[in-house]
Design a protein around this ligand. Structure first.
Ligand code: 3HC
Ligand code: NAI
Length: 656
C-alpha cells in the first residue's frame, strides 16, 4: 500500500500521508512526497495542495530506525526543498505532533494551519542530534530568533497557541471545525494570492541586542553538561543567520550527519527505544486489567505524600491512613503543600486545586480502605510493621482490592504471606519525590496474578510514570545497583580517593549528582539499616568498608542532620568537605594496610560503570530484569545517569 495518496478536491490536492504508527519519514514517504509534488505541479486542474496525515499525528519526524543504515535518496532536505519549490501553495494541516523532520516538512510548505491541541517542535537534541533538514534555518525565519533558539536547543515542543503567536503557525482551526475542511478552504484562498516568498530565501530577524548570541550560546553550553547536541544546535542556528541558505543547509547537514554517527546520538536513540520497550511486559499480555478510581495510601511521610499527590493529580480519589491523628494531619499538610506548589507553578488552576483537596482525606484508622480499588503502603521500612499493615488490610479491604508496597529493599514475597490471597499483592516502588520522578519499579512476586500486576503497571502509566518490570530481590533493580555503586566508591575512598574527588568525577561524567552528595541528600540511615540487615548473611571474606558506618555512628545522616559526607553548617548549598571525614578515611586505609594511590577521573568513571554493568548482568541472568535496556532506563530515569551515555549496559556492550 502506498504511504502517500493524492486526491483532487475541486482543484485543491489533498496529499494524504498514511504511514502508521506516527507517519515517520521513511524512504517510501520521502519518495511519495516528491512524486506528489511533481504530480501536482504537472496537473493544471490543481491550484493548491493540503498536506494532511491519517492516524494520531502529523509527521512525527525522520524514521529513527533508518539512522543506523547509510542515508538513501531522496534525502529529506531535498524532499523539503522540492515541496518549497512547488509552483502552487502547499498548506500543512497539523494535528497531533509535528516533530523534527515533520515540522521541517511543514516549514517547507508555504502555510501551516493546526488544530488547537496540536504541538510543534524540533526534539532532535533529545536524540543527540540537531534538525538535519533545514529546521535550524527555516524556523528562525518563520518565528523570532529567541523562540527558534529555545525550541531547537531545548527540544521542547510548543502548543499550537504559542506557535501561532510566534508566527510559526498561520492559523488555528476554530473550535468545532474539521481540520481538513478548514485547510481546504485556507488553500483555496491561498491559491488566489501570489505565492509567498519561501522561508529559505527570507531575511531572518536580527538578534535582539548586540552580544545576544554570545550570551545565549554561553548559557546553553553551561547547561549542556557534556552533551554535544544543544551546543552544536546553537552554533548551527547562528550560522544560519549569517550564511546564504544553500551554504547554511550544507553546514547543518554535515553537523547532523556527524552527530548521527557519534556515540552520544547512538546512546540517546538507544534510550528512546528502550523507554518504549520497558512498557511492554509479556507476563501480562492478554490479562484483564481494572480501572482504579479510589486509592488508599498507608503512611503519610515523604513517600506517602508524594504518591498521594501523584494519584490525586491524575484523577484518583485518595484516602491517606496514618497511625495517629498527629501524623495524619502532618501527612495532610504535606500533600496540600505539593498541590500548592503545583498551583504556584501554573500546573493546576485554583478550582482544580480545590477539587483535588475535596477528593482527599487523611485519617488515623483503616475504615476508609474498605472502598479502595488499590492500597499503596508506604510506612516505615520494617518487615514487622509492614506485615502488620498487610494483615490488617487483609481484614478490611475488598477481596478484589490490589495491595501494593512501596518498600525499597524488603522481600515482598514475605510481606505477601500476611494476606489470605497473595495473588493481589504487588510492589510499586516509587522514587523520591514521588510526584515528580518518572520511574516506578513494578515488582512481580512469586504469587501475584497477571491481572493484579497488569493493573498496577497500567496504574503507574496513568500517573504519567515510566513503569519497569522487576522481580523480587534485595533492592530490586535500581537500589541493588546503587548498593554496588556506593560500595565500590567506598572502596575507592579506602584506596586513595576523597568524596569530593569522586563526586566531581561523576558529575563530569554527566551524573546529576555525585554519589556522596546524593547519599547526604537521601539520608545515610537508609543504607546503614540495609547494611546492618545484611551483616548476618555477609560473607566474612568479602571486602567491606567501615567508612560509611563510622560516619553514621556519629549521627551524621546527611543534610537532614546538618552533616554527613559533607558539612552543611555553613552557607554553601552543596556543603563543604570536612577534615573529620578525611581523617576517618585515612584511618580506615591504614587499618586495612592499604597504600593510598592516585586515581584519575577516567579510572573512577570506568570503575563505576563496569561495577554497575556487572551487577546489571547478574540481575539479568537471575531474571530480575527483562532486558538489559530496562536496566539502563532504571539508571537514567531513577538515578541521574546521563541519557546521552545510554546507561551502563549500553556502554559496556558497545565498548572496545
Ligand atoms: N521513527 C521511528 N519510529 C518511531 C518514531 C520515529 N521518529 N517516533 C515514534 N516511533 C515509534 C515508537 O518507537 C513506537 O514504536 P513501538 O510501538 O514499536 O514501540 C511507536 O512509534 C509509537 O510511539 P510512542 O509509543 O512514542 O507513541 P506516542 O503516541 O506516545 O508518542 C510521539 C508519539 C510524540 C510522536 C513520540 O513517538 C515521539 O516523540 N517520537 C519521536 C519524535 C522525534 O524525536 N522526532 C524527531 C526525529 S529526528 C528527525 O526528525 C531528524 C530530522 O531533523 C532530519
Ligand atoms: P517516612 O518515615 O517519611 O514516612 C513513613 C510514614 O509512615 C510516617 O509518617 C509514619 O507515621 C507512617 N507509619 C508508620 N507506621 C504506620 C502504620 N502502621 N500505619 C500507618 N502509618 C504508619 O518514610 P518514607 O521515606 O516515606 O518511606 C516510606 C517507605 O517508602 C519505606 O518503605 C521506604 O523504604 C520506601 N521508600 C522511600 C524512599 C525515599 O527516598 N524516602 C524511596 C522509595 C521508597
Amino acid at each position: 500500500m502506498s504511504v502517500v495518496a493524492v486526491e483532487n478536491h475541486g482543484g485543491i490536492a489533498v496529499v494524504r500521508v498514511d504511514n502508521p504508527p506516527v507517519n515517520a519519514l521513511s524512504h517510501a514517504l520521502r519518495s511519495g512526497l516528491i512524486e506528489a509534488a511533481e504530480k501536482i505541479d504537472a496537473d493544471d486542474s490543481i491550484r493548491a495542495a493540503v498536506l494532511i496525515c491519517a492516524g494520531r499525528t502529523f509527521i512525527a519526524g525522520a524514521d529513527i530506525r533508518e539512522f543506523n543504515a547509510a542515508p538513501k535518496e531522496p534525502h529529506l532536505p531535498d524532499t523539503i526543498n522540492r515541496i518549497e519549490a512547488s509552483s502552487k501553495p502547499w498548506v500543512a494541516a497539523i494535528h497531533g505532533t509535528a516533530l523534527g523532520g515533520g515540522l521541517e516538512v511543514a516549514l517547507g510548505c508555504h502555510y501551516r494551519v493546526a488544530v488547537s491541541t496540536a504541538r510543534a517542535g524540533l526534539p532532535e537534541v533529545n536524540l543527540g542530534l540537531i534538525p538535519g533538514a533545514g529546521g535550524t534555518i527555516r524556523l528562525p525565519r518563520a518565528a523570532n530568533p529567541e523562540f527558534a533558539l529555545e525550541m531547537i536547543t531545548s527540544g521542547k515542543p510548543a502548543g499550537a497557541g504559542a506557535a501561532h503567536d510566534a508566527g510559526l503557525i498561520d492559523a488555528i482551526v476554530p473550535e468545532g471545525q474539521d481540520l481538513e475542511t478548514f485547510a481546504l478552504s485556507f488553500a483555496a484562498d491561498a491559491s488566489a494570492k501570489p505565492l509567498p516568498e519561501p522561508l529559505s530565501t527570507r531575511q531572518p530577524a536580527t538578534a535582539p541586542t548586540a552580544g545576544w548570541w554570545e550570551q545565549a550560546i554561553g548559557n546553553i553550553e553551561k547547561k549542556a553538561k557534556g552533551q554535544l547536541s544543544p551546543v552544536t544546535a546553537a552554533r548551527i542556528v547562528r550560522n544560519g543567520f549569517e550564511k546564504p541558505f544553500a551554504e547554511a543547509l550544507a553546514d547543518e547537514r554535515s553537523a547532523f550527519l556527524e552527530l548521527k554517527d557519534g556515540d552520544q546520538s547512538k546512546a540517546m536513540r538507544h534510550a528512546f527505544f528502550a523507554e518504549r520497550e520497558m512498557g511492554k511486559v509479556p507476563f501480562v499480555e492478554g490479562a484483564q486489567t481494572r480501572d482504579i478510581h479510589r486509592v488508599a495510601v498507608i503512611g503519610g511521610g515523604t513517600m506517602g505524600a508524594g504518591i498521594a499527590a501523584a494519584a490525586l493529580l491524575n484523577g484518583c480519589a485518595v484516602d491517606m491512613i496514618e497511625r495517629e491523628e498527629g501524623p495524619a494531619e502532618a501527612g495532610y499538610h504535606r500533600v496540600m503543600g505539593i498541590l500548592d506548589s503545583s498551583l504556584k507553578r501554573g500546573l493546576i488552576s485554583a478550582d482544580k486545586r480545590e477539587a483535588l483537596e475535596n477528593a482527599f482525606t487523611a485519617t488515623a484508622g483503616y475504615a476508609k480502605t474498605a472502598d479502595a480499588d488499590l492500597v499503596i503502603e508506604a510506612v516505615f521500612e520494617d518487615m514487622d510493621v509492614k506485615k502488620a499493615v498487610f494483615a490488617k488490610l487483609d481484614e478490611v479491604t475488598r477481596p478484589e482490592c490490589i495491595l501494593a508496597t512501596n518498600t525499597s529493599y524488603l522481600d515482598i514475597n514475605e510481606i505477601a504471606k500476611s494476606v489470605g490471597n497473595p495473588a493481589r499483592v504487588v510492589g510499586l516502588h516509587f522514587f523520591s519525590p514521588a510526584h515528580i520522578m518518572k520511574l516506578v519499579e513494578v515488582i512481580r512476586t512469586g504469587s501475584v496474578s497477571p491481572e493484579t500486576y497488569g493493573t498496577a503497571f497500567a496504574f503507574a502509566k496513568r500517573l504519567k510514570k515510566n513503569p519497569v518490570y522487576s522481580g523480587v530481590c534485595d533492592g530490586f533493580i535500581g537500589n541493588r545497583i546503587l548498593y554496588e555503586y556506593r560500595k565500590v566508591c567506598d572502596f575507592m575512598l579506602e584506596d586513595g580517593c576523597l568524596p569530593q574527588q569522586i563526586d566531581a568525577s561523576m558529575r563530569a561524567f554527566g551524573m546529576a549528582m555525585g554519589p556522596f552528595a546524593m547519599g547526604d541528600m537521601a539520608g545515610l540511615d537508609i543504607g546503614w539499616a540495609a547494611r546492618k540487615r545484611r551483616a548476618a548473611t555477609r560473607d566474612p571474606n568479602e571486602r567491606y568498608s567501615r567508612i560509611a558506618d563510622r560516619i553514621c555512628e556519629l549521627g551524621r545522616f546527611g543534610q537532614k542532620t546538618g552533616a554527613g559526607w559533607y558539612d552543611y553548617s555553613g552557607e554553601a548549598r552543596g556543603g563543604t568537605p570536612d577534615p573529620l571525614i578525611e581523617k576517618i578515611i585515612l584511618e580506615e586505609s591504614e587499618k586495612n594496610g592499604i597504600v593510598r594511590r592516585e586515581f584519575t577521573s577516567r579510572e573512577i568513571q570506568d570503575t563505576v560503570v563496569s561495577t554497575m554493568a556487572a551487577e546489571g548482568q547478574k540481575i539479568l541472568e537471575e531474571g530480575i530484569a527483562l532486558r538489559a535496556s530496562d536496566i539502563d532506563m532504571v539508571l537514567i530515569l531513577g538515578y541521574g545517569f546521563p541519557r546521552w551515555r545510554g546507561g551502563p549496559m549500553f556502554m559496556t556492550s558497545n565498548a572496545g
